[in-house]
Structure formats: structure tokens, C-alpha cells
Design a protein around this ligand. Structure first.
Ligand SMILES: Nc1nc2c(ncn2[C@@H]2O[C@H](COP(=O)(O)OP(=O)(O)OP(=O)(O)O)[C@@H](O)[C@H]2O)c(=O)[nH]1
Ligand SMILES: [Mg+2]
Length: 219
């Protein structure tokens, strides 16, 4: 093939790799609230039989399609236990695109501790434009619920959407998906912002910013 053709093929593969955007979403909250189960439900489609406390971080990825664009949602399932997370905290927050805070609806302490998790997040210079959502997990344990109506005003006051759900109950799986899909939709809408990030990482890459007509996000 001619050098021109070679150059063209390099250009198109470069464009492809840029166009497959990766959204980094971190999942934060006390140990045992179900962060691993929620991320597994979204990326693997089922509830794990058995989990162990996460050490450091587990990455799980899922490719999703939004309005014809394939996006890789990279979920960082973080450790809730201090001793398993302390060396990793800087990595969690670096270049994060969205944050999911999780508490256990049957455990008041996990709800109260949200304040500390939010402060940790703010302390790592996570910009206000990074979307954050709140998830109350284990709603299947209906007779053990401790955190009830107070979750909504808390979420509102922090400008977060609230999802009350269960990683365990298969009837809730769509609701679990919608946590991550709603974030992916919001991030997709911040297109220019993410393309600028790509440009910064590699000075040679120049992307013309699409002036798309305002799209109808399905979420
Ligand atoms: N009933 C019920 N149990 C759940 C649910 N989600 C998680 N669990 C259970 O809660 C326990 C902890 O779940 P994990 O997902 O490992 O918790 P984690 O937040 O990842 O904990 P760390 O990794 O230590 O931070 C496990 O025994 C799960 O089976 C749920 O929706 N309902
Ligand atoms: Mg875990």
C-alpha cells in the first residue's frame, strides 16, 4: 500500500480510538454497603454468590451504546475499608468523570458517613462539574430499613440524584443499570469537555468540535 494509504489508515484508526470514549466512574462508600455487588450487577448482569472485601480497587468495564455512540463505562469499585484503600485514594479521584456514593438502607451509620466520603471527594479537587449520584442499596431487606425519607433531602441538598435499589433483587436490575446509564448520558452531553481532555493528552491530536444539534438523550 502507498504511504498515503498507510497514513490514511493510521488516521482512521486513531480517530476510532478517540471516538471510543472511556468514562471513569468511581463507586465510593462504607465497607459492606454493596459497592462490589452493584458494579457486578451492572457489568456482569448478576448478583455475585459471594464477595470479599475489596482490596485497593477492582476495575470492571462495560461497553454501552448511547445514540449510536459506543462508550466504555469503566467502573472503579473501590475499597470501603481504610486499610485497603489508603494507598489508592489519589488514583481513585484522578481524572474521574463521575462519582457514585453508596450507603446501605439498613445501616444508619453508612448513611451518616456519607458526609465524610463527600468531604474526601471534595478534598481531592474533584470539580463541581463532575456529576455525583447517591445510591441507597439493599432495599430488598424491607423489614430492616433504617434510612427512610431523610435520604431524599440529603441528596437534594448535595445536588445529587437519589437511587434506592437492590443489587440482589433481580427485579431491580434495570434500576441498577440506570444509575450508570444516566451518568453515561450526562457525560456524553459534555462532549466538548471530554474531547478537550483528549487534546491535552496528545498535542498532535486535533479534533474538530462537532456542533451537533441538541440530541434527545434517552435517559
Ligand atoms: N440483601 C442484600 N444484600 C446485599 C446487597 N448488596 C450486597 N449485599 C451483601 O452485602 C455484603 C457486602 O457486599 P459487597 O458488595 O462486598 O460490599 P462492598 O461495599 O463492596 O464492601 P467493601 O469491598 O469492603 O468496601 C455481601 O454479603 C453481599 O452479599 C443487596 O442489595 N441486598
Ligand atoms: Mg467491595
Amino acid at each position: 500500500i502507498s504511504s498515503n494509504e498507510a497514513a490514511q489508515s493510521i488516521t482512521s484508526s486513531l480517530e476510532l480510538s478517540i471516538q471510543t470514549r472511556i468514562f471513569k466512574i468511581i463507586v465510593i462508600g462504607d465497607s459492606n454497603v454493596g459497592k462490589t455487588c452493584l458494579t457486578f450487577r451492572f457489568t456482569g448482569g448478576s448478583f455475585p454468590d459471594k464477595t470479599e472485601a475489596t482490596i485497593g480497587v477492582d476495575f470492571r468495564e462495560k461497553a454501552v451504546e448511547i445514540e449510536g455512540e459506543t462508550i466504555k463505562v469503566q467502573v472503579w469499585d473501590t475499597a470501603g475499608q481504610e486499610r485497603f484503600r489508603k494507598s489508592m485514594v489519589e488514583h481513585y479521584y484522578r481524572n474521574v468523570h463521575a462519582v457514585v456514593f453508596v450507603y446501605d438502607v439498613t445501616k444508619m451509620a453508612s448513611f451518616r458517613n456519607l458526609q465524610t466520603w463527600i468531604e474526601e471527594c471534595n478534598g481531592h479537587r474533584v470539580s463541581a462539574s463532575v456529576p455525583r449520584v447517591l445510591v441507597g442499596n439493599k432495599c430488598d431487606l424491607v423489614d430492616q430499613i433504617q434510612v427512610g425519607t431523610r435520604a431524599k433531602p440529603f441528596a437534594d441538598s448535595h445536588n445529587m440524584l437519589l437511587f434506592e435499589t437492590s443489587a440482589k433483587d433481580p427485579r431491580e436490575s434495570q434500576n441498577v443499570d440506570s444509575i450508570f446509564m444516566s451518568l453515561a448520558c450526562r457525560l456524553k452531553a459534555q462532549k466538548s469537555l471530554l474531547y478537550r481532555d483528549v487534546e491535552r493528552e496528545d498535542g498532535r491530536v486535533r479534533l474538530t468540535q462537532e456542533t451537533e444539534t441538541k440530541s434527545n438523550c434517552p435517559c
